[in-house]
Design a protein around this ligand. Structure first.
Ligand code: FNR
Length: 340
């Protein structure tokens, strides 16, 4: 197995080892006002929505995880089968490995083969050769391309990048590919000033990828022999705080929330705070590792719970979630007051 494939498999193992759905979450500091007279009914189509011009049955999706190794072939197969069955969107893990190892294509391609008509995103790092990014989008017939921002992860990795002049290449990638670009963090969050930079540079689909769930510095620190960079683990900004930051400005055309989202109420709160869609990675990975069927069951249950939440909170469509009123605990108010 190549060093890169081995790293992909180690990420899968460490994600499982470190998975903790009961982490303290800033979403607990967001409280929704519930109408006593919602004047609604439970309706399964209330959570259906449009995502990049395709109808999906729910606003949550499987966020980027894997590809480029034997184990990831099976994982991507199960994820894609479940997404096809349930009609939700899915992103593949970084395909930048194909730059050096084109023979790993099958572990990505399997997702498109299992879900020929579904919404599928490819994913690359911001240094990827724009021509390679173009080829990847074409080969996977991707509906969009995610570019991941992962400075903390790279810093902790002894073999990681040390050059973070990314914007020019990101623009080049955008010029080369003919599908929408989604810029995402990988679990450390995109703060207000970086959101402004992205929007100024016309990146208008942004996944704020906040902390509170999978922590990639922690994963990479577990791969190291020493603890020289363990301080990096706590440099992230929570998903809730990133969403509140985005409220300060003209939010991007499409705002995606991800990072530490593990239950239906958190999905719902993210939408109330202004997200259009919600990405979930490690939780879905753990279900997919058990079986495709358990993942399908988890997705169905989320849908049922979200449908109930729409009725409880008096909205006929999940697209209206941002109209729901809420109040915040004092430390979130203090955070907002310090934004400039
Ligand atoms: C990831 N994530 C990720 N993100 C990305 O943009 N490219 C990638 O290749 C990967 N690889 C990857 C592997 C594994 C095993 C996991 C669990 C995650 C990050 C992922 O998309 C997401 O941003 C974070 O995991 C935070 O979301 P959760 O896991 O807290 O829901």
């Amino acid at each position: 197995m190549s060093k890169r494939s081995l790293r992909k498999e180690e990420h899968l193992l460490l994600a499982k080892k470190l998975f903790n759905p009961n982490q303290d979450s800033d979403f607990n500091k967001v409280h929704l006002f519930r109408p006593a007279l919602p004047e609604t009914e439970v309706n399964s189509t209330s959570i259906q929505t449009l995502f990049l011009n395709k109808v999906v049955s729910a606003p949550f999706f499987v966020n980027a995880m894997t590809g480029g190794s034997q184990k990831s072939f099976e994982i991507n197969k199960r994820l894609a089968q479940a997404c096809a069955q349930e009609n939700i969107a899915m992103s593949l893990g970084s395909a930048s490995i194909l730059e050096k190892e084109p023979n790993q294509l099958d572990s990505f391609l399997i997702a498109r083969q299992e879900n020929p008509n579904g919404l599928l995103f490819a994913n690359v790092n911001p240094n990827t050769d724009p021509q390679v990014a173009k080829r990847i989008v074409h080969e996977l017939q991707a509906d969009a391309l995610q570019i991941h921002l992962n400075v903390l992860q790279e810093i902790v990795m002894p073999e990681g990048d040390r050059n973070f002049y990314w914007l020019d290449n990101m623009q080049e990638i955008r010029q080369q590919v003919d599908v929408p670009i989604i810029v995402k963090e990988v679990g450390a969050g995109i703060p207000l000033d970086s959101l402004r930079t992205l929007i100024d540079n016309k990146f208008d689909i942004i996944d704020i990828g906040g902390s509170g769930g999978t922590n990639f510095s922690q994963i990479e620190n577990q791969r190291r022999q020493d603890s020289e960079f363990s301080f990096v683990d706590n440099l992230g900004l929570s998903t809730t705080k990133c969403l509140l930051s985005a409220k300060k400005i003209n939010v991007p055309k499409t705002l995606i929330a991800s990072g530490g989202i593990t239950d239906a109420l958190q999905i719902f709160k993210a939408l109330v705070l202004g997200a259009n869609y919600v990405g979930i990675a490690n939780l879905f990975l753990q279900y997919a590792s058990m079986s495709k069927e358990s993942l399908v069951e988890r997705i169905r249950s989320f849908k049922k719970q979200l449908t109930a939440l729409c009725a409880i909170f008096g909205i006929d469509s999940i697209d209206d979630a941002s109209s729901i009123k809420y109040y915040l605990d004092t430390d979130l108010i203090s955070f907002i007051n310090q934004l400039s």
